[in-house]
Design a protein. Structure first.
Length: 335
């Protein structure tokens, strides 16, 4: 088998390795003892060639049993079955990981996909079919009209430049707003209000990409924010688009840039409301629920910059591409 390696035209190949510690504590409080139904947690980051988990601890009280599995997207889910009633439910995740990013701004698509419009190969298109279909179908015509300012039929444009233009336009034009309400705004709502949270901006960008014929998916995860806690550190949401020769590439319309080493993905899905960090139920009076407290702390333990030779960089690229009662939901996240 022959490998068609792309060598860079420059001699140095830069990469960044970040060691991060992510602590995420969620506490639900009640006015009296209640029983708990199964709780599903998406808190463990997605591992791959760019993310290596060094240590992972999940602590939960009251008494419980945990079952782990992966869903259809490869997300790591923990399901807790409780055997004890309590006035408080506490879930604490503590993860130490190494996140590697090699030349995040250098994107090398396959020759046939470097210019838009292009068509995915039939087998790729089949695999991506559901991720190419809009979720908010009633808004598709409006989104297509909105996209005319970036591209119109008959025009040829650099693929990455088009995606970055849409991504940066949302960042420059729409007003970011912290929203504690559950759920996601539709593209129509976001465009009408000209504001939204990170999950709203990611949803608009994803729906725009799907209207252009790209496979795109919603990502929830963590982002490095200087080690702050409370309002300064939280879970985050962005988008990933599938580009031939590159694979899944992250775009963050909230920040107006590509997803890089400070972005730590936890879960992906076609629908933005299917990647809640915690979901579950309790059995007891409706008014027994008192409050919820969420504390997220993302800490940078170390950063290393590497410069590799051109041949080392090409080999690294090759290796990376070849490994290839009452219900409630946690809503004080993905702001």
């Amino acid at each position: 088998m022959c490998w068609n390696l792309r060598f860079h035209t420059f001699h140095n190949y830069n990469s960044i390795e970040m060691k991060l510690r992510i602590r995420h504590r969620t506490t639900y409080r009640y006015t009296q003892n209640v029983d708990f139904g199964p709780h599903t947690m998406m808190l463990r980051p997605r591992e791959g060639h760019d993310v290596h988990i060094e240590q992972s601890v999940l602590q939960i009280s009251p008494a419980h049993r945990i079952d782990w599995f992966r869903d259809v997207y490869g997300n790591c889910l923990a399901v807790a079955q409780f055997s004890q009633s309590a006035k408080e439910l506490m879930i604490f995740s503590d993860v130490v990981l190494n996140h590697f990013e090699s030349n995040p701004l250098d994107v090398y698509t396959e020759k046939g996909a470097s210019k838009y419009p292009f068509a995915y190969k039939p087998e790729t298109s089949l695999e991506l079919s559901t991720l190419m279909q809009p979720v908010y179908t009633n808004d598709s015509l409006l989104v297509q009209q909105w996209l005319m300012q970036f591209w119109h039929p008959g025009q040829t444009k650099d693929t990455l430049a088009l995606l970055r233009e849409v991504n940066e336009y949302i960042y420059r034009t729409f007003r970011y707003q912290v929203r504690y309400e559950a759920g996601v705004q539709s593209p129509l709502q976001t465009m009408t209000k000209q504001s939204g949270s990170c999950r709203d901006f990611a949803t608009l960008f994803i729906e725009a990409c799907r209207c252009l014929g790209f496979g795109a998916r919603f990502v929830s995860g963590y982002i490095v924010s200087g080690g702050a806690t409370g309002p300064g550190a939280s879970m985050h949401a962005w988008a990933e688009v599938y580009l031939p020769g590159v694979g899944w590439k992250g775009f963050d319309p909230t920040l107006g840039r590509l997803a890089m080493s400070e972005h730590v993905p936890v879960a992906v899905s076609r629908h933005p409301e299917n990647v809640m960090p915690i979901s579950g139920s309790f059995i007891g009076p409706v008014n027994a629920f008192l409050n919820i407290e969420v504390d997220v702390h993302v800490e940078t333990l170390g950063v290393q910059n590497h410069t590799l030779s051109t041949s080392q960089g090409a080999l690294l690229n090759h290796e990376a591409r070849s490994r290839t009662g009452t219900r409630y939901r946690q809503s004080l996240v993905l702001r």
